[in-house]
Write a protein that binds this ligand. Sequence first.
Ligand SMILES: [Zn+2]
Length: 67
Amino acid sequence: MTRDDTPSADLDAAEFRCDHCGERFGRERGVRPAPFGDLDTTRWQRFDCPACGRRGETVFVARDAVK
Ligand SMILES: [Zn+2]
């Protein structure tokens, strides 16, 4: 998985790129799968590729939960 080297402070503007199909997408378009295991979704969220559905990257989102 490749990700632009973006500081967490700029997470809202973060862009991911799917290694499978090359689709580039931000958090808005990323597909959030149902929670699994004991993953704390208030702190971690996964963003799957909106184009091919490939499993994406799990990112730390605790900043959002503090709102
Ligand atoms: Zn893809």
